[in-house]
Design a protein around this ligand. Structure first.
Ligand code: HEC
Length: 223
């Protein structure tokens, strides 16, 4: 949970989606399974490899796949786990150390302040915080007694919930840089396991969702 002394919050992007298909697919993708996965891993220090995938329920397994899938970035080179790592980090001199809980291993290894994006040469402007415990952060609010802003997602709390937050990285041009949410959904449809899992876990059929890799960045279904 983050606390902010005497700061004002930026209003979150609460653009309402009108689309019949993209909204459910996209928010299911970004949210539920990741949230379940995040709950399961809530910041523990277990190496991901040690955490047997067979221990995960189907929804967590889906979340884990999505979290580590580089196909969901423009140049197929970046996943959530690139900046919020599950792996150990190699320090100078070859020493391995656990990346402390869902942070950017490059920041740990080299002391770099921000994370590189999917597009070469593009870096974010802020340090990647740990994504551990994020699911437990309450909605951003001002605590009158404490005189503090509390909770929310992102450094400034601009996403009220994990659901809001998790939609951002796919489309952020200095992160996974996908051109539209339709492009993300198209990638999901290419993976038979996702199609099966979305059906089994959420009862959501990805097949009828129209796909277009360069679909416009709005809520209208591509033709
Ligand atoms: C290129 C690096 C990068 C990638 C890829 C990335 N993130 Fe992040 N993440 C960040 C940065 C930087 C912030 C803080 C940004 C801010 O506060 O404006 C952040 C913030 C977060 C937070 C909020 C944590 C908190 O305490 O407020 C969560 C949760 C999160 N990311 C999850 C994800 C998920 C899920 C994905 C994949 C869909 C993802 N991230 C992909 C860099 C990244």
């Amino acid at each position: 949970m983050k606390m902010f002394r005497n700061t004002r919050c930026r209003k979150g992007n609460s653009r309402k989606s009108k689309s019949m298909y993209a909204a459910p697919a996209f928010s299911l993708l970004s949210v539920t399974s990741f949230a379940v996965y995040a709950h399961d891993h809530r910041g523990d220090r277990d190496d991901h490899k040690k955490h047997k995938r067979s221990n995960l329920i189907s929804e967590q397994r889906l979340g884990s796949e999505l979290y580590q899938d580089t196909n969901l970035s423009l140049n197929k080179n970046q996943s959530c786990a690139s900046c919020h790592s599950l792996e150990t980090v190699q320090l100078f001199g070859g020493k391995e150390t656990p990346a402390p809980g869902f942070v950017d291993p490059e920041n740990v290894a080299t002391g770099s302040p921000t994370s590189r994006g999917s597009v070469a040469g593009k870096f974010g402007s802020l340090n990647s915080p740990s994504a551990g415990y994020a699911a437990f952060s309450p909605e951003f609010y001002f605590d009158e007694n404490e005189g503090l802003w509390i909770g929310g997602q992102f450094w400034n709390g601009r996403a009220a919930t994990l659901e809001e937050q998790a939609k951002g990285p796919f489309l952020n041009p200095v992160e996974m840089a996908m051109p539209s949410k339709w492009a993300v959904v198209s990638e999901l449809k290419k993976n038979k396991d996702y199609v099966k899992s979305f059906k089994n876990v959420y009862g959501f059929n990805l097949h009828p969702v129209p796909s277009s890799p360069m679909a416009p960045n709005d809520d209208n279904a591509p033709q």
